[in-house]
Design a protein around this ligand. Structure first.
Ligand code: AMP
Length: 285
């Protein structure tokens, strides 16, 4: 496995790979890798000849006061995981190599980014689309793989790829969970043992939403209220949002008539956790 730190070198390696006829698969990450990331590598390997994984804690997607400085980092551990997962190239750029001191161009998606996490993290998705567009220009992948865990993010990126005619395919890997249902996340390491237990309320709320949808409940407000009631059983949990939105447009919906994204952001102590599931309308009998 090659470890590349220079943007120019990464571009040269990708150019050479493409000239040799290789399909390039790409998994962008912020590091502190876990099984969720590795599941995306496996998807990329099945669809490409060479897999590039990037580790870059992108400063411009963090708002002032967020956890940029404390975001967990473990390059040595990540490198070992990438090697054993069969990553061909680990791209690990320096922030100074990614952003010129006077950089002044951003990529912004303006329809899907406003609600859900975007409403609470203004500017976050602009930072994400900008860095992902840059990474696509550097790695030049044929296929890029993102996780359903960050449902809004991958929908925003798909829109960017469509609207800017970027010549690649975007695939979505399912959310990988701990055995007890907690969605894997680098930020789970912030949780104390008690908080780790409290964090299960997100998955419980989603399980309740699925249960109701399967039972034929079509009122989005009733499903939302039931999810809120589940979270309320955990006193340390502070809801940022519980939303049910059309899975394609991310606009609010009243009835479960098409696939609906049930998504929530909850603070457990100081840690902000997100999770989601897609609800399907029950077949009418
Ligand atoms: P991050 O390092 O958190 O920025 O995530 C990098 C990629 O891994 C994104 O596409 C995430 O959606 C994806 N990812 C993070 N957690 C999981 C998970 N538990 N299951 C599947 N994919 C995940």
């Amino acid at each position: 496995m090659d470890v590349i730190r220079s943007v120019l070198e990464m571009q040269q390696v990708s150019h050479a790979g493409r000239r040799a006829g290789h399909r390039i698969g790409f998994v962008p990450t912020m590091g502190y890798l876990h099984e969720g990331h590795l599941s995306l590598v496996r998807i990329a390997k099945a669809r490409a000849d060479r897999v590039v994984l990037s580790i870059f804690v992108n400063p411009i997607q963090f708002l002032p006061g967020e956890d940029l400085a404390s975001y967990p980092r473990d390059f040595t551990g990540d490198e070992a995981l990438c090697r054993s997962a069969g990553v061909d190239t680990l791209f690990y750029p320096e922030p100074s190599g990614m952003y010129a001191p006077d950089h002044s161009v951003f990529v912004e998606e303006t329809a899907l980014s406003g609600g859900l996490c975007g409403a609470f993290r203004p500017g976050h998705f602009r930072g994400v689309t900008t860095v992902v567009a840059k990474l696509f220009n550097i790695v030049m992948p044929d296929v890029a793989v993102f996780g359903q865990k960050d449902a809004q993010q991958v929908r925003v990126i798909r829109r960017m790829v469509r609207d800017l005619n970027m010549p690649l395919e975007v695939l979505i890997g399912p959310t990988v969970r701990e055995p007890d249902g907690l969605a894997m996340s680098s930020r789970n390491r912030y949780l104390s043992a008690a908080e780790r237990n409290d964090a299960l309320c997100l998955h419980r709320a989603l399980a309740e939403a699925v249960r109701l949808a399967v039972a034929g409940e079509r009122s989005v407000e009733r499903i939302r209220a039931a999810m809120a009631a589940v979270i309320a059983q955990t006193p340390s949990a502070r809801v940022e949002y519980i939303e049910l939105a059309d899975d394609e447009t991310l606009q609010p919906v009243r009835y479960l008539e098409r696939p609906v994204l049930a998504a929530l952001a909850v603070r457990i102590g100081t840690t902000r956790l997100i999770d989601n599931t897609v609800l399907q309308p029950a077949k009418s009998s």
